[in-house]
Design a protein around this ligand. Structure first.
Ligand code: AP5
Length: 214
């Protein structure tokens, strides 16, 4: 099964992708994580995209399409994957279809997480993650069970994303509404789009996604 998780910044794509990955044995492909890893490594790609990512604008389509095409060609993706943060423009959606078609593959489901803008700002401004394993937390909605200790790996250091500040969040939301939301009709026409209420609690969203994938 190949799946796309769609939704605005902070909608819960990364949170739910981690759960689906575990339940269905799929590979989680987050273009945001890939770009942040490239930036942290100081690679040519990282230097090329650093300013763009930190401003909240979208990275040019050609760069992202090349990055995803290479990643999908890796052997682990043969068992199926969850795309989180890609595609984000109609051009990326078209490129994805044509790269999959060449491999006789397709996108089986596109799940849209629908969340109000006000809730998104609250979710993003409280988000933090374990510096060692990347497990995600939230100041109000999901604190580690023992304060200051990661539930998943026992790590004691946590970090916040550089693009999780109010100004950048505004730019990211604008980019979503202007450039990404137009791909919803693209997938609706292809009859693969399922919309779930992303305002529900963590388990409620997971249950709706599980039902949508039946
Ligand atoms: P990316 O990393 O993809 O960021 P994003 O789309 O802005 O999404 P987020 O990771 O912020 O949110 P999420 O939906 O995963 O939410 P999460 O699960 O963490 O992209 C970053 C940048 O990279 C872009 O701005 C762009 O520059 C570039 N980029 C990436 N892909 C690109 C592409 N294809 N083309 C061009 N440029 C690209 O949840 C958020 C918080 O809420 C967490 O703290 C979580 O604990 C909490 N939470 C989650 N679910 C719930 C719930 N149900 N109830 C309460 N709290 C919840």
């Amino acid at each position: 099964m190949n799946l796309v998780l769609l939704g605005p910044p902070g909608a819960g794509k990364g949170t739910q992708a981690a759960r689906i990955q575990e339940a269905h044995g799929l590979v989680h492909l987050s273009t945001g994580d890939m770009l942040r890893a490239a930036i942290a490594s100081g690679s040519d790609l990282g230097n090329q995209v650093k300013e763009i990512v930190e401003s909240g604008a979208l990275v040019p389509d050609d760069i992202i399409i090349r990055m995803i095409e290479e990643r999908i060609a890796a052997p682990d993706c043969a068992k199926g994957f969850i795309l989180d943060g890609f595609p984000r423009t109609v051009r990326q959606a078209e490129a994805l279809d044509s790269m999959l078609e060449k491999k006789s593959l397709k996108i089986d489901h596109v799940v849209e997480l629908k969340v109000d803008d006000a809730a998104l700002v609250k979710r993003i401004s409280g988000r933090f993650s374990c510096a060692a394993c990347g497990a995600g937390y939230h100041d109000a909605f999901k604190q580690p069970k023992t304060e200051g200790v990661c539930d998943a790996c026992g790590g004691k250091e946590f970090s916040r994303r550089k693009d999780d500040n109010p100004e950048t969040v505004k730019a990211r939301l604008e980019a979503y509404h202007a450039q990404t939301a137009p791909i919803l009709p693209y997938y609706r026409e292809r009859e693969v789009l399922r919309t779930v209420d992303g305002m529900a609690d963590f388990d409620g969203v997971t249950a709706q996604i599980a039902a949508a994938l039946q």
